[in-house]
Design a binder for this molecule. Structure first.
Ligand code: FMN
Length: 404
């Protein structure tokens, strides 16, 4: 996800400095080239060797290091960066950056870089609440720095309060999101639906399905990481949605239809990964239905076809969850709903479909092209689907021609 990205990670003298080791490790595992710079105070908390081992790269701790491999180091690191992250950021570094001081390598790099800069403060509540720190953070925000956290929680002083370094996952999500700003979906608005709709029978019960929402959430996150503005219309799901995504929560198929109708016409693409009920109880009871008699018969009616109601010349991607005749049924659905692509999902396999972290799908386009993907993580499947969407977005003519 961060392949070929260079992240400069500035580590400063906070008790939370040990958490930067996890950030460095996760960034490296995600494919980034991670150049760590430590202040001399940070080295009091964690050894440079830790970062060197985790990143496989030299770690900069000195401004004047003749042995360094970085040429004219104080600017070469700044130039190499796709993104600069200061985590944890002390009150001290925040003040020095706000004042434009450049007396160490972290400050010099931030001053010299053209890359986006994320600051993740970590300090005692009173230091954070101090009007001086708050003014300094406002100054940095006004200059376009992205401030992540801090969060509320256990602090080194033994008290609970505001000032704890933001969750590592939140920092990593922001890095992915910001470094994707110039991705192949930058400037595009993508609407993704996810989750399983719930159709009420009475105030207590409803008709649900087995969708976990994982596929749609993976699509939303991947689109965000490629620079898209993402609207996620979600029915109940088991995953947490990605930050930086516009979330619209719905319950029923009808609510989902309304939500999609309101956001999709201005969008570039709609990806319908939600499991939308095809039928709902015709007359849901206002009162809880009591047990008794010989049983209960529910009369069901069709829900609205969401893809059929969406207007506009946007790219439409549907999903077909099938138990038999996978390709035949998916092709029929693609044609009937006028889709650009359909993702056919065999939900009978245990490692694929509902609830799993992996999926095995076949992507079919309207020209008849068929791409059977191997078993992949849902994130990888999402990337492959978005590759196709990105291609359709840059070739609108071929898409229009093939419509007729
Ligand atoms: C044990 C200990 C923990 C500290 N933790 C923090 C902290 O979490 N946040 C902070 O702003 N300063 C903290 N400080 C103070 C900083 O280390 C000090 O301001 C230092 O000058 C920061 O330097 P730097 O910003 O160049 O890394 C701590 C100091 C000590 C001794």
């Amino acid at each position: 996800m961060l392949n070929n990205k260079t992240v400069v990670l500035g580590v400063t003298g906070s008790i939370a400095a040990y958490k930067a080791a996890e950030i460095a490790s996760q960034l490296t595992q995600a494919g980034a080239k991670v150049n760590v710079i430590m202040t001399k105070e940070a080295v009091q908390f964690v050894s440079a060797i830790t970062f060197r081992a985790l990143t496989g790269r030299p770690v900069v701790t000195e401004m004047f290091d003749l042995a360094s491999e970085f040429s004219i180091e104080h600017v070469s690191l700044a130039k190499s960066a796709d993104i600069v992250v200061i985590a944890p950021a002390t009150a001290n570094i925040i003040a020095r950056l706000a004042a434009g001081i450049s007396d160490d390598m972290v400050c010099c790099t931030v001053l010299a870089t053209k890359a986006p800069v994320i600051i993740a403060p970590a300090m005692e509540t009173n230091m954070y609440d101090s009007p001086i720190t708050q003014d300094n953070l406002c100054e940095l925000k006004a200059r376009g720095f992205v401030i992540i956290g801090p969060s509320v929680g256990w602090l080194a002083s033994g008290k609970e309060g505001l000032g704890r370094l933001a969750d590592i996952d939140e920092i990593l999500e922001s890095i992915r999101q910001i470094s994707g700003r110039d991705g192949d979906l930058a400037g595009k608005h993508i609407v993704v639906t996810a989750g399983g709709t719930q159709e009420p029978i009475d105030p207590v019960r409803c008709i649900v399905n087995r969708s976990s929402g994982k596929m749609g959430y993976a699509l939303a996150e991947a689109a965000r990481d490629r620079g898209a503005e993402v609207s996620l219309v979600t029915a109940p799901a088991s995953s947490a949605p990605a930050t930086g995504v516009d979330i619209i929560r719905v319950g029923t198929a009808e609510e989902m239809c309304h939500a999609v109708e309101s956001v999709a016409p201005k969008a570039d693409a709609l990806i319908m990964a939600a499991a939308v009920a095809d039928y709902r109880p015709k007359s849901p009871s206002r009162e809880k239905i009591k047990r008794g008699g010989s049983g209960l018969t529910l009369e069901l009616e069709c829900t609205r076809d969401i893809l059929g109601t969406v207007k506009g010349n946007l790219i439409k991607v549907g999903f077909a969850a099938e138990t038999s005749n996978l390709v035949g049924n998916a092709r029929e659905k693609l044609k009937q709903k006028g889709l650009d692509l359909i993702v056919a999902n065999d939900i009978t396999a245990s490692d694929s479909g509902f609830g799993t972290d992996t999926n095995r799908v076949t992507v079919i386009d309207k020209k008849g092209g068929l791409d059977s993907l191997p078993l992949l993580t849902k994130r990888e499947v999402a990337e492959r689907i978005l590759d196709r969407v990105a291609q359709l977005l840059v070739e609108p003519e071929s898409r229009l021609q093939s419509k007729h």
